[in-house]
Design a protein around this ligand. Structure first.
Ligand code: NAD
Length: 442
């Protein structure tokens, strides 16, 4: 039984060996593919597609690969903004590349999909309804960027920015920077802070809170969304300087418990926070130390010397000189400052940078220029000097010249008449107040 199961072959007829394998046809798959391609003009369509793609990549070759090419199509790179490495100034290439990548420009991620237009930057200007901020906003909007102004209107005015109302690239948010805020932006210009002694002494605790908590909030925002952050610090960080003119490496001579300390020490702390976020969290930061600036849209009667003299001379009141009038100041026209701030933001150096006009005037000399411009018969009235008023102030701007390619262009005798005509309109009740004022400056 077992053998039957195993072997039955002896019953079977032997089969003739007729099987012969078919010869190999290696060309068969290629021939099939060719036949497929040639059918229904498929090859023609493929060739036309390749030709169109080649043409498009030749005519629209991706985005610019240099840093200076970022921003909107209208943006002109600022000559000289990218200078040689300066050792004492922090420059972090890797962070810079990361920032470019996040901001969607530069070589890393700059390719804009076909059919989409490259957009301008999204920029927050805190304090943008104030004197300096509103001129900065004008320039950014003109450049093609989208600007969000964040302001609590403590010293700022809607009139300073209302000529942008209705522009889809402009937004205005009433907000106090002491409270946190979340916005998706590429750059933050942080200006929010009362700047004149009258205003910052009005509520000193609020002033230091704005400088410390407000700056913390904006640095936190910069860290969160990967934005570049610029702090507008001040020459007041040098206090009553023992070094003249002041270079950025000078650490200052500041009274920590005086009536101006809320501002001076507040700004010094803001600088510290800015550098700590830079070193500790890799936030891209810039620091500007601004010296006395004047121009249209300054607050009238804010106690700053230029606005005081101009308002008093226009009203036929005596110009108040505190002390003997021999203390010196330098006066920078606002359009020069705005140019410096933008170069700093777009350059590669952290700073701090002095931004001011080195032309030095005593208070009495300034009063003379105001008399020449407004009223040769204007009188001067002397009053005792205020506490902690620095005796000398003059910026050394060598660094800004070398690394930002920046220096002020507008002399006092040219800038003052522009400010005077704005003040004249506002003091004597011209209804166009603020709307066009200062447009000549930016
Ligand atoms: N103008 C100068 O000569 C000068 C000199 C040195 C430094 N700065 C700095 O430049 C910046 C702008 O100065 P400015 O002359 O335009 O002063 P400004 O008073 O005209 O502008 C400051 C703006 O910040 C706003 N603001 C104040 N506190 C705020 C808060 N908590 N939240 C939101 N907004 C707030 C004000 O309403 C105002 O619009 C300031 O940071 C100032 O310290 C100016």
């Amino acid at each position: 039984m077992g053998s039957e199961l195993i072997y039955r072959g002896h019953d079977a007829q032997p089969m003739p060996d007729t099987y012969s394998p078919k010869p190999d046809k290696p060309w068969l798959p290629v021939a099939r593919a060719m036949r497929y391609l040639l059918r229904e003009q498929r090859l023609v369509f493929v060739l036309v597609g390749i030709a169109i793609a080649t043409l498009l990549f030749t005519v629209f070759p991706g985005s610019p690969s240099t840093h200076s090419g970022y921003g909107s199509g209208q943006y002109e790179p600022i000559p000289g903004a990218h200078m040689a490495h300066y050792n004492s100034f922090n420059r972090f290439e890797s962070e810079h590349a990361l920032y470019q990548q996040r901001a969607g420009f530069g070589s890393v991620s700059g390719k804009v999909p076909l059919g989409l237009k490259r957009k301008g930057l999204r920029i927050v200007v805190t304090g943008g309804a104030g004197f300096v901020g509103s001129h900065l906003v004008d320039r950014l909007i003109t450049r093609g960027d989208s600007v969000i102004v964040v302001d609590n209107f403590f010293t700022g005015r809607k009139e300073n920015v209302m000529h942008h109302f209705g522009n889809p690239r402009f937004e205005l948010i009433r907000h106090d920077v002491v409270e946190p805020l979340l916005l998706e932006v590429d750059q933050i210009y942080h200006l929010a802070c009362p700047a004149s002694p009258v205003h910052y002494k009005f509520n000193p605790v609020k002033t230091i809170k704005t400088n410390v908590v407000g700056t913390l909030n904006m640095l936190g925002l910069a860290k969160r969304v990967g934005a570049r952050f610029l702090l507008t610090s001040t020459s007041e960080v040098y206090g009553d300087p023992l070094q003249h003119p002041q270079v950025e490496t000078y650490w200052g001579n500041v009274n920590p418990i005086g009536v101006r300390s809320c501002y001076d020490e507040g700004k010094r702390t803001a600088e510290t926070l800015t550098m700590d976020y830079h070193r500790g969290a890799g936030v891209e930061v810039r620091i500007a130390r601004i010296f006395n600036t004047y121009g249209p849209r300054m607050c009238i009667d804010d106690g700053r010397v230029v606005s005081n003299f101009v308002a008093q001379a226009l009203r036929k009141e005596p110009m108040t000189v505190y002390g003997d009038g021999k203390q010196t100041r330098s006066f920078q026209y606002v359009s020069d400052l705005v140019e410096g701030l933008m170069r700093l933001m777009e350059g590669e150096h952290v700073g701090p940078f002095n931004l001011g006009n080195p032309g030095e005037f005593t208070m009495l000399e300034l009063a003379e220029v105001v008399k020449e411009t407004i009223d040769p018969n204007a009188k001067i009235e002397f009053k005792p000097n205020t506490e902690d008023d620095p005796h000398k102030r003059k910026p050394d701007i060598t660094r800004a010249k070398e690394l930002l390619g920046w220096e002020p262009k507008v002399p006092l005798r040219k800038g003052l008449p522009l400010m005077v005509s704005d003040f004249r309109q506002r003091i004597f009740g011209d209804h166009k107040e603020g709307v066009a004022s200062g447009s000549s400056s930016s």
